[in-house]
Design a binder for this molecule. Sequence first.
Ligand code: NAP
Ligand code: SF4
Length: 674
Amino acid sequence: MSKYPHLLEPLDLGFTTLKNRVLMGSMHTGLEEAKGGFEKMAAYFGERARGECGLMVTGGISPNRQGWTKPFAAKLSTKGEAAQHKIITKRVHEEGGKICMQILHTGRYGYHPFLVSPSKIKSPITPFKPWKLSNRAIKGTIDDYADCAALAQEAGYDGIEIMGSEGYLINQFIAERTNDRKDEWGGSYDNRIQLPLQILLKTREKVGKNFIIIYRLSMLDLVEGGSSWEEVVKLAKLVERAGATIINTGIGWHEARVPTIATMVPRAAFTWVTHRLKGEVKIPLITSNRINMPNVAEQVLADGHADMISMARPFLADSDWVKKAMEGREDEINTCIGCNQACLDHVFKNQRASCLVNPRACYETELNYEPAVTIKRVAVVGAGPAGLASATIAAQRGHEVTLFEASGEIGGQFNMAKTIPGKEEFYETIRYFNKQIELTGVKLHLNTPVSAEDLIKGNFDEVILCTGVTPRVIKLEGEDHEKTLTYVEVLAQKKPVGKKVAIIGAGGIGFDMAEYLSHEGEPSSLNIDKYMDEWGIDKNYNRPGGLKDGDLEQHSAREIYLLQRSEGKLGAKLGKTTGWIHRSSLKHKGIKMISSVRYQKIDDQGLHITINEEPQVLEVDNVVICAGQISHKTLFDPLTEAGISVHLVGGAKKAGELDAKRAIDEGSRLAATL
Ligand code: NAP
Ligand code: SF4
């Protein structure tokens, strides 16, 4: 019997049956607007259909120009545009899958000057003030949705999803915070929900009854002036009556100051919201957010929290997620670690999405790991992310790969990252690579520092140096004082740290260090109730929007100063969609974040600094240096001089702005070409 009976059970929708309870949730990838994007999307969705995903939803497509995400973004309002989509639906159907197209009107979240909203109220996260929609324009917009759905049907989609959450146009009509109209579309709740209800009625009328309509309903707005629980229930019932086939869960507006999908959010943290709605409607409910492994998804369904699970990013990380679960190969799943670094961060910078742990995501037509033509003997030195990706992909292609690692375990910097509260998902990536080493036959030698001589004697055709980085030593009086520690001494060697600490350097590792040192007890990333408390989310839903009243304040285990020499806010170079979370989290804990600092010396008194020429002493017990890294590549010159074909990958190639995304990407791309 399957380990996942609930997850793999078909879902009968009356006119069609989904083969399991897994929905690949909508996610904008940038392919929608890319050159040759439709072919690329066909390959992207085709692979996921082949991987047995029950139902997929495309990224958001606008029903008209006003609803664009950005100038010339994807829209579907003409027959010509519909024809372009046929390549996607054809490929998905050939692979035995089903696919819906999401209709997304961004309203005031649009990044262009034609944006519209129920009222002229600017969003805090976009630069343009919206135009107020007239009564006539609202009716036109409803027609545009219905026409768009009919065109999607013509293009061969199995259904559509109407995006009614995350703070987009429909949500802007529903919530008082964005709708101060006095006409039939504003004022009472009944008036404010007319837009989605009219869209649903008109759409159902146009597409007939044998067409899936998913309505994504904002069940927890997480903003002031959002919907109350009673309003959510009322809307769900009316949405069902107006013709929706399935209701999907939306959590949090984009402007909400609560993290809802990033890695520090506990797994399945928000399924309780969907659970509250169970029993109120008869149509199936989909739940969502931070569900990334089959056991978690199965438990959510077994507990009766929902009828289906939606996952978006986990399908970037692994197109065969469902197939592996079906075949009991869950330990082979390349798990989404919730980092956002290659997916959402890219999309918000107008770049094509991909995945930190799977650089093939959205590059299915461009990056392929074909069997090698000539089998080579390949040595990979260093089993951090760069070395692991290089070694396992080269071996998967048929090369004979030997992986040398000086320490007693694989993972490199990930072994430090996984100890940071909120970064536990890194364990999964290490588990994945351990399994890949086993499956691909990489010969792993742990506790084996190799010299250039060893490698020359080894007679390898190719040597890939993934020897990573060493922490930068800074020149400062007292740099060898007993108070001074490096981040490696704290995170890897677990040296004791006093109650008052100054951290020199506020890059990714400085922030991680502050999180690590400020934290106490069980990480909130592993405890849903603790997490809800930490971010002021009220599971009792006492106030509209679902937030608790009052300021967020947390206790820090230590008094911490996080310092940088440059001007401006700390963490400016952190991820676009996660930097604010790290800053808020430290702010709530009272961590003092100081920029424009000059370091003078470390002595028995503490750390002597100047800020704007003003001398100060931070009377701390320890100073932890997190001042970046330098490349470690001592093997490169002797090997090159010996005429060996040597490649540098990841931190060994360039230490500045190193992150695992670049390391894995470079390693994978190199291994694909050997
Ligand atoms: P980093 O991002 O380069 O930051 C180094 C910090 O040290 C900066 O704040 C820099 O700021 C300071 N610094 C540099 N040279 C210094 C010197 N000589 N004396 C004093 N301060 C100095 O390096 P990192 O924090 O070690 O991170 C390494 C990489 O891993 C980064 O790419 C980072 O993004 C990535 N990472 C990412 C995450 C994540 O959450 N996404 C987490 C951990 C690491 P000033 O020059 O202004 O003082
Ligand atoms: Fe998940 Fe990170 Fe990949 Fe995005 S980049 S899909 S968050 S692992």
